[in-house]
Design a protein around this ligand. Structure first.
Ligand code: 0O2
Length: 209
């Protein structure tokens, strides 16, 4: 499926341009606040950052799955993660440090948040999600573009990416036994993250860092 199904080609090109502008701006702003954090704390909580514009097929499939007609208005109103940034951190405490610096920064308007670390999804998915509004200047106007920031540890990222790969192999419904195994793997990941966090805290305390 592609954007060719949408009637107004100019409008879709304009919208994609706006998403690209928002993605560039958000990436720059996030890098700035992370660098500032690193400078102040002499510590970088981030392992890596990944950004992407949602693919055409994925956006239109998501719209269909949600039960909406394929229109530009529905794309704008119901797909909140066209612009997506994933911040992968070392320890769970780093995830919340990043959440707090985003919340405390005047640069970001936060529309909503979901803490799937405190409340994992039934699938076993763990991560912290924020939808922010990115102000872009276009035709001399300020327009707010939604973007999703996913913040997670390397362990959570490992689970999510392999879960995605394994579930992708089942175009229809993933068998129950596979889902249960993936859920069990998530419990292992959660325990490992807690253990690594505790180990790091113990080392910091013993070194008085
Ligand atoms: P992709 O290809 O990763 O972008 P919303 O997006 O808020 O309208 P929803 O479903 O309420 O819809 O959002 P949710 O669950 O808060 O976040 C959706 C995104 O989280 C997904 O985007 C995935 O990136 C990730 N996610 C959620 N659940 C799972 C899961 O069980 N396994 C994995 N691997 N990732 C998950 P997309 O658009 O589905 O996919």
């Amino acid at each position: 499926m592609s954007y060719n199904v949408l009637a107004d080609k100019d409008k879709i090109s304009e919208l994609i341009l706006k998403y690209n502008l928002a993605l560039d701006l958000l990436e720059t702003q996030l890098n700035m606040i992370i660098k500032e954090f690193e400078f102040k704390n002499k510590y970088n909580p981030v392992e890596h950052i990944k950004s992407r514009l949602k693919s055409e097929s994925s956006a239109l499939e998501k719209l269909e799955k949600k039960g909406y007609d394929i229109t530009i208005e529905n794309l704008k109103n119901h797909i909140h993660d066209m612009v997506g940034i994933r911040i992968v951190c070392s320890f769970i405490s780093d995830v919340y440090d990043i959440v707090n610096i985003i919340k405390n920064s005047k640069q970001f308007k936060i529309k909503s948040e979901k803490d799937y670390i405190e409340n994992p999804k039934d699938t076993g998915y763990i991560s912290y999600h924020m939808i922010v509004l990115v102000p872009i200047y276009f035709n001399d106007n300020i327009e707010y573009i939604e973007a999703e920031i996913q913040i997670r540890t390397i362990a959570m990222d490992f689970w999510a990416s392999l879960d995605h790969k394994i579930q992708y192999k089942f175009p229809e419904e993933t068998p129950k036994s596979v889902k249960e195994e993936l859920y069990d793997c998530s419990l292992v990941i959660q325990a490992l993250d807690r253990k690594m966090y505790q180990l790091n805290e113990n080392v910091k305390n013993s070194n008085n860092l």
